[in-house]
Design a protein around this ligand. Structure first.
Ligand code: 5GP
Length: 202
């Protein structure tokens, strides 16, 4: 088995990327990286399950020690991907997902040229607003801010490899799994395959 695919999934809040990632992990056996962050846990969030919650001091130590694959500041907090687990999963041939924002995604692409960057969006910005309103967790000003942020993030779309429209979760999960399967079959990812057929003549 070859090396796994390093899969980055980004998209605005309300794009449904969290649900997509959950399905890829629970139903299709993908691994997911647990990030470190300096933001406070939300109700129901557990250390080591949703994030590794950390102080600014220990986060900066991780940066200093080169323990993070990438890191970024987002809404006044640090977020970063611990390197060791990702490397272990790739070596074991597992596909691993990083659900991270655009700055981090671009840092990863610089270090891992074969990382696959996927941006998820609902079919329209109107639909994104509708989903955020239905969630009922943010007031109108916050929703306006998130829509604006989504428009800003869309500027980075040309630097991503694929756009997956999350019309239904089932469809989006299927699309992403197809992309990853095709990536794994790329000749450039499997240079040793040319030897597989040598000497195999009837
Ligand atoms: P939240 O605070 O809502 O959980 O996450 C805020 C944003 O940070 C989301 O866009 C999420 O994808 C992103 N994020 C989560 N973990 C990481 C990480 O390790 N690195 C980077 N660059 N972004 C992250």
């Amino acid at each position: 088995m070859g090396r796994g695919v390093l899969l980055i999934i980004s998209g605005p809040s309300g794009s449904g990327k969290g649900t997509i990632v959950e399905r890829l992990v629970d139903e299709l056996g993908y691994s997911v990286s647990i990030s470190a962050t300096t933001r406070s846990p939300r109700p129901n969030e557990k250390h080591g399950v949703h994030y590794f919650f950390s102080t600014v001091e220990s986060f900066e130590k991780m940066i200093e020690n080169g323990e993070l694959l990438e890191h970024a500041r987002f809404c006044d907090n640090y977020y970063g991907t611990p390197k060791k687990y990702v490397e272990e999963q790739l070596e074991a041939g597992k596909n691993i997902i990083l659900e991270i924002e655009v700055q981090g995604a671009l840092q990863v692409k610089e270090k891992y040229n074969d990382a696959v960057l996927i941006f998820t969006m609902p079919p329209t910005l109107t639909e994104l607003r509708r989903r955020l309103e239905n969630r009922g967790t943010e007031d109108k000003a916050t929703i306006d801010k998130r829509i604006k942020r989504a428009e800003e993030e869309l500027e980075y779309l040309p630097r991503y490899d694929y756009l997956v429209i999350n019309d239904t979760v089932e469809r989006a999960v299927k699309d992403i799994d197809c992309i990853v399967n095709a990536e794994r079959m790329k000749c450039s990812r499997n240079p040793e395959l040319k030897n597989k057929f040598k000497g195999d003549v009837c």
